[in-house]
Design a protein around this ligand. Structure first.
Ligand code: GLA
Length: 693
C-alpha cells in the first residue's frame, strides 16, 4: 500500500505545469547534438575499418544497420594508416568506409588520431614521447604517449588533422569530429620543455616573483623563489598554491592542445560539423568547464567496470557532463556488457545496458555509442565487450543493442528539441575539488561522495538536478546547493550573494569558503566572504574518527567524517541542527544554520549527514525554496526523469531494481514504448517506459 502511494506521488510531478520554466540552460531552438535529417536520438558504435580487410566492411555495416546503429565513431587511432610515412597521406580508404556506412544510413563522426602517434614519428622525434614523473620516457606502442607540451608534436598533430579536415570537412556523411581520445588522460611530460612552459605561464599570470612568493607564502620551508627558473613541477605533496596553479596550467595546456586541432578543423570544415571531446565523468585531470568552452557539445565515456551500475552516481555523472555546456550531450562511449580493464570484468546483467542507455537519454544525451563493434584480433583490448565475436557474427548482447536502437527510432520524434530544465542546481568547482584532494585531512573525506549524497536526496524530490560550474548563471534556480566550495574567492562569493539577494536559496556544505583563489587560507573564518550574510561562522572544524549524534529540525541521526562547530554572529541566524554528546567541543553546538538574506536565504550545513538526516534536510530545502514538485518518495529503484521543450514533455521511468514495479499514473497517459494508453505502468526488472500526456 505504502509503495503504491509512493508510486502515485512519484508521478504527480507529471501534472505540474511547466509555466515559468527556466531557460537559463540550453536554448530550445539549438540542438547540435541532434543531427538534422537524422533521428533525434541515435545508437552508435566505435568501428575501426582499418583493422579489417575492406572485403569485410559490407558485412559489418549490414549487421550494424540491422542493429539500428545510426552513427559510427571512426579513425581515432588510425594515424599510421592515414599517414604511413611522413607527409604521405592515404585517406581514400577512410572515404570509402564513410561512403559505405552512409549506404547503410549510418553517419560518421571522425576522431582525430593524436592519442596514438605513429612509430615513424616517435622514431624521428623521440623527444615527443612523454617523460613520466619518475623521469622515464615512455616507449612507443601504448597510446597517450605524445607530449601535449611539445611544439613538434603539436605541429605534426596539426598537419594530420588539417589533411583530414581538407578531406572530410565537407563530406555530407561526416557529421562531426572528436578531438583526440580522452585527451591523453591529462598526463603531462615531466620534461624541461613543460617545466619552462609552466614557469613562463606563472610569470605571465603573477608578473612579479614578489607577488608569487607572497601569495604562496614561500617563506614557509624556505621555498622563496628568486628566479622563475627555480619553480618546480610539483610531484607528490607540495605547496598548495603551487599545486593548484599546476592543475590550472595543465588545463591550459590541454586547452591549447585541442585549440590547435579545432582551428585546423574549422579552417576547412563546414560549420554544420560539430566538434566534441570524449570526457570521463568525474575524471579530474583538468577543468572541464574550460575544456568544453570551444566545443560544440560535450561527450563522455560511461563505463561501470566491476560490479553493476549505481544509478545515482551514473545519473550524477550524466548531469555533470550536461552541465559542462549546460546543454544536451553525447554518450560517445559506453560499455557493451563488459570491459577488460577492471579488477573483475563481469558482464552487466541482461537488460542493465538498456536501462543505462535510457538513463543517458533521460539525463540529456542524444546519442549512445558502444565501444566497440568487434575486437581487433590482436592488440591490447582483445577481451573487451563487443557486439560481434571474433568470428564476425553477433554475440548475445547484439540483440540488446538492436532493441535499444529500435526503441530509439520509435520514440525519437517525441524527444526532438527536448532537454532537461531544472529548478535545482548543484555547484561543482575543480579548484575546490583539487584543493580538498591535496589536503583531505581525513582519508575518508570524499567530496564527490558528498555531492552524490546531496544529489541522491534532492533527485528524489524533483525530476532533474543540474550540476553546473560554481560561476555559471544561477538566475531562475529555486535552490542552489554547493556542498564543497572550499575555494571561494570574493568574486565568486559576490556571484552567490547576488543569487541570494534576488531570492534564491543557497545551501553550503562543510569546508566552504576556507580558501581564496591562491589556495591560501582566508583571513576570515568560513564561509569567508559569505559569513556576514549567513550570520554565522565556523569556529572550528574536526575530522571525526567515529560518528557522532545530531538532532534538530531534521530529526535525529549521525554525522560522520567531518563536523564543523558553527557559531552564530547575529540574531538573524537560526540553528537547524545541533551536535549532541560527542567530543566535548561539539556537544550541543550548532551543526547547521540558516538565515534570510535579501529576498532569499542562505543555509550552512557543517557536517556530513547520514541518509535519514540528509533526506530530511533535502525535504526541508525543497519546501523552503518553494520547489514546484511536491515532497515525495519515488519507489525504491525507479528513476523518474523529464525532458521538455518545443511544446513537448516526456516523462521517462527507469526501473533499476531487479524486481518488477508498478506505477499508478492517476490518469490515462500514452506509453510511448509499449504503444498503449494506460493508467498504470508495469515495469519489469530494468524496465523502461516513456510517458506523454
Ligand atoms: C576508453 C577508450 C577506448 C577504449 C575503452 C575501453 O574509454 O577511449 O578507446 O579503450 O576505454 O573500455
Amino acid at each position: 500500500m505504502r509503495l503504491r502511494l509512493f508510486s502515485r506521488l512519484a508521478v504527480m510531478l507529471i501534472w505540474l505545469p511547466l509555466a515559468g520554466t527556466l531557460l537559463r540552460a540550453q536554448r530550445l531552438d539549438s540542438f547540435p547534438t541532434q543531427i538534422p535529417q537524422h533521428d533525434a536520438i541515435v545508437v552508435g558504435t566505435a568501428w575501426y575499418p582499418e583493422q579489417w580487410p575492406e572485403s569485410r566492411w559490407e558485412e559489418d555495416l549490414k549487421l550494424m544497420e540491422a542493429a539500428n546503429i545510426k552513427v559510427v565513431r571512426i579513425a581515432e587511432f588510425a594515424w599510421s594508416t592515414m599517414e604511413p610515412s611522413e607527409g604521405h597521406y592515404e585517406m581514400d580508404w577512410l572515404e570509402r568506409a564513410v561512403a559505405a556506412a552512409a549506404k547503410h544510413h549510418i553517419m560518421s563522426a571522425i576522431g582525430t588520431p593524436t592519442a596514438a602517434p605513429p612509430a615513424w614519428l616517435t622514431q624521428k622525434h623521440p623527444e615527443i614521447l612523454r617523460i613520466e614523473e619518475n623521469g622515464q620516457r615512455v616507449t612507443h606502442g601504448n597510446r597517450a604517449h605524445g607530449s601535449s607540451t611539445s611544439a613538434i608534436y603539436r605541429e605534426y598533430s596539426r598537419k594530420i588533422v588539417e589533411e583530414m579536415a581538407k578531406r572530410f570537412g565537407r563530406n555530407p556523411n561526416v557529421v562531426g569530429w572528436q578531438i583526440d581520445n580522452e585527451y591523453g588522460y591529462a598526463l603531462m611530460s615531466h620534461d624541461d620543455v613543460t617545466r619552462k612552459q609552466f614557469q613562463d605561464w606563472l610569470q605571465r599570470k603573477y608578473m612579479t616573483l614578489e607577488a608569487l612568493n607572497s601569495f604562496w607564502t614561500t617563506a614557509y620551508w624556505s621555498e622563496t623563489y628568486d628566479n622563475w627558473s627555480e619553480i618546480p613541477i610539483p610531484v607528490g605533496g607540495h605547496n598548495p598554491g603551487l599545486m593548484l596553479e599546476w592543475k590550472r596550467f595543465v588545463t591550459s595546456v590541454w586547452s591549447d592542445y585541442q585549440t590547435n586541432q579545432i582551428s585546423a578543423i574549422r579552417k576547412y570544415a563546414e560549420p554544420r560539423q560539430f566538434i566534441t571531446g570524449n570526457f570521463m565523468g568525474f575524471f579530474d585531470g583538468f577543468d572541464h568547464y574550460i575544456m568544453c568552452e570551444p566545443l560544440t557539445f560535450a561527450s563522455w565515456d560511461d563505463y561501470v567496470g566491476s560490479g553493476h551500475v549505481d544509478p545515482d552516481f551514473n545519473g550524477l555523472s550524466h548531469d555533470l557532463t550536461r552541465g559542462f555546456k549546460r546543454a544536451n550531450f553525447w554518450l560517445i562511449e559506453t560499455q557493451p556488457g563488459a570491459v577488460n580493464w577492471a579488477s573483475v570484468n563481469n558482464y552487466l546483467n541482461k537488460g542493465e545496458v538498456r536501462a543505462m542507455a535510457w538513463q543517458a537519454i533521460a539525463h540529456g544525451a542524444d546519442a549512445v555509442s558502444y565501444w566497440q563493434w568487434r575486437s581487433a584480433l590482436n592488440g591490447q583490448e582483445q577481451y573487451h565487450g563487443t557486439l560481434l565475436g571474433a568470428d564476425g557474427t553477433p554475440v548475445p548482447f547484439y540483440e540488446e543493442v538492436r532493441q535499444i536502437g529500435q526503441e530509439f527510432s520509435k520514440v525519437q520524434e517525441a524527444l526532438r528539441g527536448t532537454t532537461i530544465q531544472s529548478e535545482v542546481a548543484l555547484l561543482y568547482s575543480y579548484d575546490s575539488h583539487w584543493a580538498i584532494q591535496f589536503q583531505k585531512h581525513t582519508r575518508r573525506y570524499d567530496d564527490i561522495g558528498l555531492l552524490k549524497s546531496y544529489y541522491r536526496a534532492l533527485r528524489k524530490l524533483t525530476p532533474s538536478v543540474d550540476v553546473i560550474s560554481a560561476s555559471a548563471p544561477l538566475g531562475g534556480y529555486k535552490l542552489v546547493a554547493a556542498p564543497g566550495l572550499n575555494v571561494l574567492p570574493k568574486d565568486l562569493a559576490n556571484h552567490l550573494l547576488d543569487y541570494v539577494r534576488d531570492g534564491g536559496h543557497l545551501v553550503l556544505g562543510p569546508r566552504s569558503g576556507l580558501k581564496d583563489e591562491h589556495n591560501e587560507l582566508q583571513t576570515r573564518r568560513q564561509p569567508g566572504h559569505l559569513a556576514d550574510a549567513l550570520g554565522a561562522r565556523v569556529e572550528q572544524f574536526y575530522a571525526l574518527e567515529k560518528d557522532f549524534p545530531a538532532s534538530g529540525d531534521w530529526g535525529s541521526g549521525q554525522v560522520s567524517i567531518w563536523a564543523e562547530q558553527l557559531g552564530l554572529l547575529n540574531s538573524s541566524a537560526r540553528t537547524l541542527l545541533r551536535y549532541r554528546k560527542s567530543n566535548g567541543w561539539l556537544d550541543d553546538q550548532p551543526a547547521a544554520v540558516t538565515s534570510a538574506y535579501g529576498k532569499g536565504r542562505i543555509t550552512y550545513i557543517g557536517a556530513i549527514l547520514d541518509d535519514n538526516l540528509m533526506n530530511a534536510a533535502a525535504a526541508w530545502m525543497a519546501k523552503e525554496s518553494g520547489l514546484r514538485t511536491p515532497v515525495l518518495s519515488i519507489p525504491e529503484g525507479v528513476e523518474v526523469s523529464m525532458r521538455s521543450g518545443t511544446g513537448k514533455r516526456v516523462i521517462l521511468l527507469i526501473n533499476f531494481a531487479q524486481e518488477a514495479k508498478k506505477v499508478e499514473l492517476g490518469k490515462s497517459m500514452k506509453l510511448l514504448l509499449s504503444g498503449r494508453q494506460e493508467q498504470t505502468v508495469e515495469l519489469a526488472p530494468y524496465g523502461v517506459e516513456l510517458l506523454q500526456e
